[in-house]
Design a protein around this ligand. Structure first.
Ligand SMILES: NC(=O)c1ccc[n+]([C@@H]2O[C@H](COP(=O)([O-])OP(=O)(O)OC[C@H]3O[C@@H](n4cnc5c(N)ncnc54)[C@H](OP(=O)(O)O)[C@@H]3O)[C@@H](O)[C@H]2O)c1
Length: 306
């Protein structure tokens, strides 16, 4: 890809090598020179001419040098699980980025957050308590911004649909939590990347939720996933309480396949967000992704690395 060198500069705080970052980098690089702060090397960044600053976001002593000549800041990093201290530290660092960006006169900050969750999780789970503290801090005093709150994402090497398909393929059965009648509207990471770039050009203060084009009853989506694998759907049923207990057990055994809070969030029926409106093409449906992943699984091929 030949990239123009008069592009304005964007600072990507964390996440260049993560699920969202892998989709965002090529999209963002079309119009922005990227400075990207994260810990592990990402080969795609070198190919795109990204300036990589190898650092843990929680250990950057001063953001001012990294904000030099920067018009846009995008904040991505978060942890899926961990101790309170870990979330407190990353949350405090992201609030520090917000303050430094405001002082430096950054034109816009795009922050990736999460959809609403049940009150018990919002008020007690460090993952959410600290995430919301960052959201509120930005809304209260940050530079002009968009807080983008996508629902469950799908894309190469995601940890939801890809992992679910793998379980179905391997065990020919899948756990069904409760009646499966709650909703999900999965959003493609490529669409989220375009949404973030669009929000980077927006004006004022925006808080937007972002769902994908199709709102499935969860059980209908899992049926389709079995169908993509060419298998009849077979479920091992758990009551909602049993499902949360199962997730606690897998967590206690050290597995990261599923966390109890993720089960509670899913069961709360808050993940079927309406589609994001504003891209100049229809949002990507889930069927081609499922077909490609199912073909890869059934042929034994490994996923490509970005
Ligand atoms: N995945 C979803 O379904 C989903 C849905 C809604 C919202 N989100 C939000 O989207 C954002 C990105 O999620 P993701 O799924 O792309 O996450 P991910 O795949 O786990 O990637 C997280 C990235 O953050 C970086 N990171 C984490 N801690 C860091 C630290 N202390 N310092 C520097 N970099 C750090 C990691 O890079 P290094 O290891 O190189 O440092 C990693 O590339 C998060 O804010 C998440 O809450 C995700």
């Amino acid at each position: 890809m030949i990239l123009p060198d008069d592009r304005p500069r964007a600072l990507l705080v964390g996440g260049g090598g993560g699920l969202v970052g892998r989709a965002l980098l090529p999209e963002l690089a079309r119009t922005w020179q990227i400075r990207s702060v994260h810990r592990h090397p990402v080969p795609a960044e070198a190919d795109l001419g990204v300036e990589w600053v190898a650092a843990d976001v929680t250990r950057v002593p001063d953001w001012n040098p990294l904000l030099r000549d920067v018009d846009l800041v995008i904040t991505l990093p978060w942890y899926r699980a961990g101790y309170d201290r870990r979330f407190r530290s990353l949350g405090a660092s992201l609030r520090g980025v917000v303050d430094a960006a405001a002082r430096a006169g950054v034109r816009r900050l795009v922050h990736v957050s999460v959809p609403d969750a049940p009150t018990a999780l919002e008020t007690r789970l460090p993952y959410l308590v600290e995430k919301r503290a960052v959201d509120r801090h930005l809304a209260a005093g940050g530079p002009p911004h968009s807080i983008v709150r996508p629902t469950m994402l799908f894309g190469p090497r995601d940890r939801l649909l890809t992992v679910m398909l793998r379980v179905m393929h391997r065990y020919r059965r899948f756990p069904m939590f409760g009646d499966g009648a709650y909703h999900v509207s999965p959003l493609a990471t490529d669409d989220l990347a375009e949404i973030l770039v669009r929000e980077a050009r927006a004006e004022g203060r925006r808080n937007v939720t972002a769902g994908g084009p199709e709102r499935f009853v969860y059980r209908e989506l899992t049926d389709r996933m079995f169908d993509a694998l060419g298998r009849p759907p077979k479920y091992v049923r758990f009551s909602p309480r049993g499902a949360v207990r199962l997730a606690h057990l897998t967590e206690a055994l050290g597995s990261s396949i599923l966390y109890a809070y993720e089960v509670e969030w899913l069961l709360s029926d808050r993940l079927g967000l309406p589609p994001y409106a504003g891209l100049d093409h229809p949002l990507r449906g889930v069927a081609p992704f499922l077909a490609a992943e199912a073909a890869r699984l059934t042929s034994g091929r490994r996923p490509g690395r970005g």
